[in-house]
Design a binder for this molecule. Structure first.
Ligand code: PXG
Length: 438
């Protein structure tokens, strides 16, 4: 079947050049730790932790065994008006890792659902407090908040929005923070651009704060190609939100669970939002699950201001599914027992050094890094943007490493179990690919 492109068209692949893939499939057969084995039997280093989710590496025995035990006991239980102990245990464990005062978790099945849930919770919060005119949602250019209608409305990636109609109304966007002119080849967060947060004051002046419910940003914009927050930017955003009674949502679908060398980006940047969205690393990618973590103020307000027995008319069939809870509890165990967040923090320096050693290679116009995240931005080919990085991705696969691309930006985010020699191999292999790339 795999040799027959006609049969293979039955799978419409997400965010993929489907026709190109069918001509030249890149198929994965199995995985262990830092490596995949391709269908043609080659070992491929996972330079991206899957899609930024397999933080503890593939088939972590703690998680595999927890799932095996869970399926023997409880496969599914509803969480509408009934529940099961793992849901409460996980909520307690998860919120224990979150910033002070963020003690309540609402479960979803993906980052997209976490984002849409967070936006709805923000609207609900203001309305329940009698502030129903606060309905505007503010996102940011180049932001990625998943693919639900809420997420693409506040998101700022043109191709993810332009085909899908008029989207949510009452949405505005902050400017993105990418500035190669001032910040190219910065190590860690760039020095320039904190003032871009002040654009929120312009938006407030335009619409009036009394109409604005929430601002949502990725503390580190991942999908768009790793745009790091300028130094001081997030604190400034927090201050402006506070001044105007606007909720601040950090979309931590990528950054939570150790990617920056801390439990959350909120922790890393020492800026506490009102709502944090998570997914991906919550279960180490093994089972879909997301969670929205909210402040005591938001949760207590929902409980106190409810107009009937049910405080929030929102939820999913699989919210806090027992198998997902078991995977998440085991993933959190694994992160803790193996000190993976600390490990990411310790590895961030050799990571930075190895990545920035690629600076002199042809067509490299920027290199960015933070925690165990890296990006290499390439100059686009004349008239055919995106093709240079696309070719790099294919050649990297042939050379034995998996990398992610967005436009002409290569993104790297290896599992946090990577070793220093593996960092060297990953960067050197990428360097070899880039040296020969037209
Ligand atoms: N928010 C953020 C910040 C994300 O990065 C989502 C929401 C949506 O999550 P779900 O689980 O609905 O996909 C994401 C997802 C990439 C890449 O290559 C990034 C994501 C997904 C797939 C690929 O950068 N981020």
């Amino acid at each position: 079947m795999l040799d027959n492109p006609n049969t293979m068209t039955s799978f419409w692949m997400p965010f993929t050049a489907n026709r190109d893939f069918l001509r030249e499939p890149r198929m994965i057969h199995s995985a262990e730790g830092m490596y995949y084995t391709s269908s043609d039997g080659r070992k491929i280093m996972d330079g991206t932790a899957g899609l930024w989710c397999v933080n503890a590496g593939h088939r972590d025995p703690l998680i595999v065994e927890a799932l095996q035990r869970q399926v023997e006991e409880l496969d599914y239980a509803p969480n509408f008006q009934f529940s099961h102990p793992q849901a409460f245990e996980l909520s307690a464990r998860l919120t224990g890792m979150m910033p002070d005062g963020m003690n309540h978790a609402f479960f979803t099945n993906s980052g997209s659902e976490s984002v849409d849930s967070a936006l709805k919770i923000a609207l609900h919060y203001h309305r329940a407090r009698g502030d129903a005119s606060r309905t505007r949602l503010i996102g940011r250019e180049r932001g990625y908040h998943g693919t639900g209608f809420g997420g693409i409305s506040v998101g700022g990636i043109v191709k993810n929005r332009m085909y899908f109609g008029s989207l949510l109304t009452g949405v505005d966007h902050l400017p993105h923070t990418h500035d190669l002119g001032r910040n190219a080849f910065s190590r860690g967060c760039p020095a320039h651009g904190a003032e871009l947060a002040d654009d929120l004051e312009r938006i407030v002046a335009l619409h009036d704060a009394s109409t604005i419910a929430a601002v949502i940003v990725e503390p580190m914009a991942g999908s768009t190609g790793v745009l790091l927050p300028p130094k001081g930017y997030l604190k400034r955003l927090r201050e402006i939100c506070d001044r105007h009674g606007i909720l601040l949502i950090f979309d931590e679908v990528i950054t939570a669970f150790g990617r920056l060398g801390a439990a959350t980006a909120s922790d890393y940047f020492e800026v506490t939002p009102d709502i944090i969205t998570t997914a991906k690393g919550l279960t180490n990618g093994i089972i879909p699950m997301g969670a929205v973590i909210v402040s005591d103020e938001i949760y207590n307000s929902a409980m106190e201001n409810a107009d009937g027995p049910i405080e929030l008319f929102h939820g999913y069939t699989y919210s806090a599914n027992p198998m997902a809870c078991a995977a998440a509890l085991a993933a959190l165990d694994s992160y803790q027992q193996n000190d993976l967040f600390q490990r990411a923090a310790l590895l961030s320096q050799p990571w930075e050094d190895q990545l920035h050693a690629l600076k002199a290679l042809p067509n490299v116009i920027d290199i960015r890094n933070l925690g165990l995240i890296g990006a290499v931005e390439l100059a686009p080919r004349d008239g055919v943007p995106g093709t240079r990085a696309f070719d790099a991705m294919k050649r990297a696969w042939d050379a034995g490493i998996m990398i992610r691309i967005t436009g002409d930006i290569i993104a790297l985010s290896p599992p946090l179990i990577i070793t220093e020699p593996e960092i060297a191999t990953l960067c050197q292999t990428l360097g070899d690919v880039l040296s020969d790339l037209p």
